[in-house]
Design a protein around this ligand. Structure first.
Ligand code: HEM
Length: 486
């Protein structure tokens, strides 16, 4: 090695050593200031963990192993109801308790935020990307089709979809994987009821295929290199968007020719409301994401809970059989029938308490804001975890026990506000909750009155989170048809 090269190597080494030595300092400067200088309030207690990775890998591992609740509980026990951590390379305030849920859902200092993968797969102009008047306007367009009056009109259509699905996919089979089956059912219901896509339409098939792939991409690492999961999902997203664009075009033509009305379906309604095509596409894909996996998980995990709690199953069965026996052969369920399914819905709520489909809600601070004696600086992410209140023994005694009676009156009325939040809260409270309720009740009615079923041998009912809960083997059950009661 000549002198110049030696000098170069020495200089490079020196820079490297200086950089490595300064990482902790840089990290502290960037992420761990003492707090707010004007109010004197400290930052939330805790640590940011390892540089760069922070707590991300540790939490992801816990989610996969279904120990994330325990992981978070340990943090809350160590640092209290407001603490800091670093997730996905962002400083994050982790909040616990009903007051924290209220703050997260209602504080004007917090705004919704999407991961880069979500934005690349779904779009950057969804309902989640808008706030204030824009949010209210687009949300109203969706609510038009999700509010109770509209849902009541959809009961018969949902009933027909559920019967068709069970006849085609359950009857004649000895075993069924519930989660994939329910995903396909909820996708079909959504296409029929919200988008008015005929069951034979090729576009429905195409959308379903591409949609499954793009939904996987939302949780993929956003590295767009050839053959990566992300790039494959991105290609599916592009194809899915083209399919939605074709639907928009077809609906626009119909509207121009006077062959349709804005009340027909969500796409036509958004077109008539003047939303640009790009924004309609983003919102249609977002609605598909919001509507279908969540409800599929609820129905699947409700069946899991019923299998494990035969007393509750017997009560659900009795309620549903009584309704079935009051109907004429082949007669569809009506809204009145659904209002009689009180115990079944209480069992569904108890399922959402134990296994909420959304693990946590994320927001971002748009300005410095105080909560629980700490200051959360502008730009930080803020997150809760639903199970921190859902599993709190002070709110739900013996929280691990499956007890639908908690959601029957008078107990239900005594649940403190912001303690049970599976559908969120505040201005972003899930507008699809009634839709999910009707879909779940109709599906459970036909499953329990048309099939004897139990978990298949070897299926233990365990599950992981990705972060949506997903049961092992898709919750494989043995099924045996029984004669329809109506
Ligand atoms: C069991 C089923 C469901 C659960 C547990 C659920 C849960 C949630 C939660 C927790 C939020 C709030 C997210 C946040 O605050 O960041 C939300 C928002 C939303 N949900 Fe649902 N959801 C379900 C079904 C549905 C269905 C069936 C639809 C539509 C048909 C739907 C449409 C939406 C929409 C559009 C939003 C965004 C609201 C906004 O930002 O204003 N959801 N959902």
């Amino acid at each position: 090695m000549d002198a110049d090269s030696a000098t170069m190597v020495a200089a490079t080494l020196a820079i490297l050593v200086a950089f490595v030595a300064s990482v902790p300092l840089l990290y502290r400067l960037l992420f761990t200031g003492a707090g707010d200088k004007t109010t004197g309030k400290p930052l939330p207690p805790g640590s940011f963990g390892l540089p760069v990775v922070g707590h991300t890998l540790s939490l992801l591992r816990a989610l996969r192993a279904n120990t994330a609740e325990e992981w978070l509980r340990r943090r809350a026990a160590a640092y209290g109801p407001v603490s800091r951590m670093s997730l996905f390379r962002r400083p994050t305030a982790f909040l616990v308790g009903p007051a924290a849920n209220k703050f997260l859902f209602t504080s004007p200092a917090l705004t919704t935020m999407n991961s880069e993968s979500f934005s690349r797969m779904v779009g950057r102009r969804t309902l989640r990307d808008v706030a204030g008047d824009d949010h209210a306007r687009v949300r109203a367009m969706m609510v038009q089709f999700l509010k109770l009056d509209a849902i009541k009109r959809h009961v018969a259509a949902m009933d027909a979809e559920v019967r068709r699905h069970l006849d085609a996919n359950w009857r004649g089979r000895a075993a069924v994987a519930v989660m994939p089956s329910m995903k396909s059912l909820t996708f079909d219901v959504m296409c029929t009821v919200l988008f008015k896509l005929g069951s034979d339409a090729a576009v429905r098939e195409e959308l379903s295929t591409e949609f499954q792939k793009l939904a996987r991409g939302i949780w993929a690492v956003p590295v767009n290199v050839p053959f990566s999961t992300f790039s494959r999902c991105l290609a599916a997203s592009r194809r899915g968007r083209r399919a939605v664009a074709a639907v928009i075009e077809e609906r626009r033509d119909k509207l121009r020719r006077g062959e349709s009305s804005p009340t027909d379906d969500v796409v036509t309604h958004m077109l008539a409301g003047g939303l640009p095509d790009e924004e309609i596409t983003d919102n249609i894909i977002f609605l598909m994401i919001a509507a279908h996996d969540t409800t599929a998980a609820l129905i699947t995990f409700l069946l899991r809970q019923l299998d494990a709690n035969q007393d509750a199953y017997a009560k659900v069965l009795q309620e549903q059989v009584e309704i079935a026996q009051s109907k004429a052969p082949g007669e569809a369920l009506s809204w009145d029938d659904l209002t009689r399914m009180k115990y079944t819905w209480a069992a569904a709520m108890e399922t959402l308490r134990l296994i909420p489909t959304s693990f946590s809600i994320l927001r971002k601070a748009v300005y410095d804001v105080e909560h629980g004696g700490s200051v959360i600086p502008r730009g930080w992410n803020v997150m809760n975890a639903m199970t921190m209140t859902h599993w709190d023994p002070a709110i739900f005694p013996d929280p691990g026990r499956f007890d639908p009676a908690r959601f029957e009156e008078p107990s239900a009325a005594a649940i403190p506000p912001f303690s049970f939040v599976p559908f969120g809260g505040g201005a972003r409270f899930c507008p699809g909750n009634e839709f999910a309720r009707v879909e779940t009740l109709v599906a459970v009615h036909h499953v329990v009155t048309r099939f004897r079923w139990k978990l298949a041998a070897g299926c233990d009912g365990s599950f992981s989170r990705f972060p949506m809960p997903y049961p092992s083997q898709g919750l494989l059950i043995d099924v045996e048809p029984i004669d329809p009661l109506h």
